[in-house]
Design a protein around this ligand. Sequence first.
Ligand SMILES: *[C@@H]1O[C@H](CO)[C@@H](O)[C@H](O)[C@H]1NC(C)=O
Ligand SMILES: *[C@@H]1O[C@H](CO)[C@@H](O)[C@H](O)[C@H]1NC(C)=O
Ligand SMILES: *[C@@H]1O[C@H](CO)[C@@H](O)[C@H](O)[C@H]1NC(C)=O
Ligand SMILES: *[C@@H]1O[C@H](CO)[C@@H](O)[C@H](O)[C@H]1NC(C)=O
Ligand SMILES: *[C@@H]1O[C@H](CO)[C@@H](O)[C@H](O)[C@H]1NC(C)=O
Ligand SMILES: *[C@@H]1O[C@H](CO)[C@@H](O)[C@H](O)[C@H]1NC(C)=O
Length: 642
Amino acid sequence: MRGGSWSGWLAGLSVLGRVFGQDCEVHTLRNSVPTNRKVALQSYSYCGGTLDVTVYTANVNYNKIVELYYTNRQNESTPLAVVSLNYQSSIGTDGKWEYWGANTPVYTDGITELLNLTYQATDIGQTYHQILNIEVEPSGKPEPTLPKPPAPYARPQGFSNDITKFLAVDDGSEAEIAFTNMFANINPAIDGAAKGIVVAARSGPSYPQKIPDYEYNWVRDESLTMNVVETLYAAATNKKAKAQYEKILFQYATARATEQTDPNLQTGLGEPKFYLNNTIFTGPWGRPQNDGPATAATTLIDFANDYLAKGGSMQTVKQQIYDSTNNPARAPVQKDLLFVASNWTTPSFDLWEEESSDHFYTRMVQRRALVLGADFATKMGDSSTASTLSSAADALTATLSQFWDPNRRILLYEYGPVLKDKSSYLDTAVILGIIHGYAHDGVYGYTNGQVQATALRIATSFIDVYPIANDTSDSSGKVLGVPIGRYPEDVYNGTGTEIGGGNPWYLCTAAFAQYMYATADEYSTTRSISVTKVSKPFWDYFAPQAKLQAGKTYKSGNKQFLQAISGLTGWGEAFMRTVKHYTPSDGRLAEEIDRDSGAPQGAADLTWSYASVLTAAFARAALRGEDGYMSDLANLGIKANS
Ligand SMILES: *[C@@H]1O[C@H](CO)[C@@H](O)[C@H](O)[C@H]1NC(C)=O
Ligand SMILES: *[C@@H]1O[C@H](CO)[C@@H](O)[C@H](O)[C@H]1NC(C)=O
Ligand SMILES: *[C@@H]1O[C@H](CO)[C@@H](O)[C@H](O)[C@H]1NC(C)=O
Ligand SMILES: *[C@@H]1O[C@H](CO)[C@@H](O)[C@H](O)[C@H]1NC(C)=O
Ligand SMILES: *[C@@H]1O[C@H](CO)[C@@H](O)[C@H](O)[C@H]1NC(C)=O
Ligand SMILES: *[C@@H]1O[C@H](CO)[C@@H](O)[C@H](O)[C@H]1NC(C)=O
């Protein structure tokens, strides 16, 4: 249909075409390449809630961002009222022009006016526009309304012994395998690897599995992994084990300072990726990724606080962790924090490294760094930094309400142009943003109703996407939670992209287990559950037996409160059981789980997969009141390598 076969030759001609059994009015503006501009609308239709546009785009350079700005039915033109267009085909044989376009649902908010096309030719630093101001009349069937969440397919309740065994501190348990395999990727036994770095996976040139090449030190993965080491450090009671963790964490602080001071940084401290020798990777990449400085600072602040609490010296903390002004080669924290404070409004690439925008995940982890950082700077006697950080934290906090979409009733993963075809606005990054970014101060925590509403929509979005989601129980009849991926429209299959290629990920599924455990645990502290219209669907799905009502508050001790907690616990176990179900017999965790076969797929021994199982296990132990769990695990110490 592309390429003008149906288009007229008069500007503004409208043609009624049948698309999927409905009458769609296709408006054609022109049917030949423009001579006076670099970008021009060829045609559009807004039919049955789907916008279909085709645009002539001059091929002036390789990297292009082509976006269509519109006004929605609320007569708003926000950063969300933008569609990013895709390359579709080349026009003719001379390579001078291309068709770009999109076919994407924009229902819920609707479109009333097309405002303009904006084309950034990024390699040559040029931006071109076409002002449109075209009023849009919908055609075709009425647009679909937002689907209601499905009825729950199971009602798991309470803890289960199979998961207790899976996560026990016991020879051959998954927790021990995850522990050992995570440490194998810290200071990996590879020639030239710098101390204090983390290889993202055992997949790449040095390993039996060559692709994908994850043989790099990613700032994010490094900081999240080191956060697990720090938790073990805090929990260890065995002196030798504690000293091992302490040594690694000081090495990490130095490694982070090395990253900050690399002479070839292209985008400042948000550089995402380093070689294992910890020099900068300068090839083309999605940069900056401004979550990294925040999660690095958070991990090292946690470490410094625990180090001081056990009697460590203030001077050591200043020289080797905090004071970048006087110790730039060793102490990274102050520098990362000040970077976050002055750059949090800058769009950056997300944790999946796919799109530059304002991301909920990034904002949340930045917020946590600023909040913890302000207290920590005060402790370090640096009141000027402390006040810079707390003002930035306040300003950032004031922007978070933007992410709530009252029409879709979800927290959006980003506030900006939607990634190609990612029109559900659902992304597990939001839940990871809570897990990594909640500052335990009541701002977007586990029990926040908006977070709960979003968690439900994310989890259920995968049911119709992954064939293995049809397997809802294991061989002994126990409930399997929904296998969770990054987002329903994902096309990355672990080595490349293909339509329908996205898979469940171990770390995303473990994150949902952790979210359920931590939510239940937070209620055991607050001792009351307040249900709102926004959060009720969450409870209807995850604890239907409790029959909670909007507008009511349930106190601990009350039967419905207990049933609600039991439902959250049961689903935590169910999500963890899905991780267990798709864990191969040797316990090794890749990045992904094949959506058709359930076999491991993508990068082998992904460090973050192991870290995510451990942090979920910690949340579970906390909910069970098993104080000894973390110290038992921590006291194992590191046996092999490093
Ligand atoms: C929409 O907003 C514009 C300017 O913001 C205003 O001029 C126009 O009257 C509004 N239209 C409607 C239908 O409210
Ligand atoms: C296109 O529309 C957006 C949203 O209203 C606006 O911010 C931008 O300035 C417009 N571009 C041009 C060139 O008018
Ligand atoms: C670091 O490793 C990369 C990749 O192996 C290599 O290209 C680079 O030369 C190394 N840098 C130094 C300083 O050794
Ligand atoms: C971060 O902020 C500093 C200070 O305002 C500025 O110089 C720098 O360019 C910013 N970096 C990025 C990547 O935005
Ligand atoms: C699950 O099974 C049903 C019934 O066989 C089928 O219609 C559906 O497509 C399956 N779901 C997925 C995501 O494959
Ligand atoms: C993933 O997609 C690539 C194409 O980009 C394809 O070559 C590869 O075979 C796919 N991998 C799997 C396991 O399906």
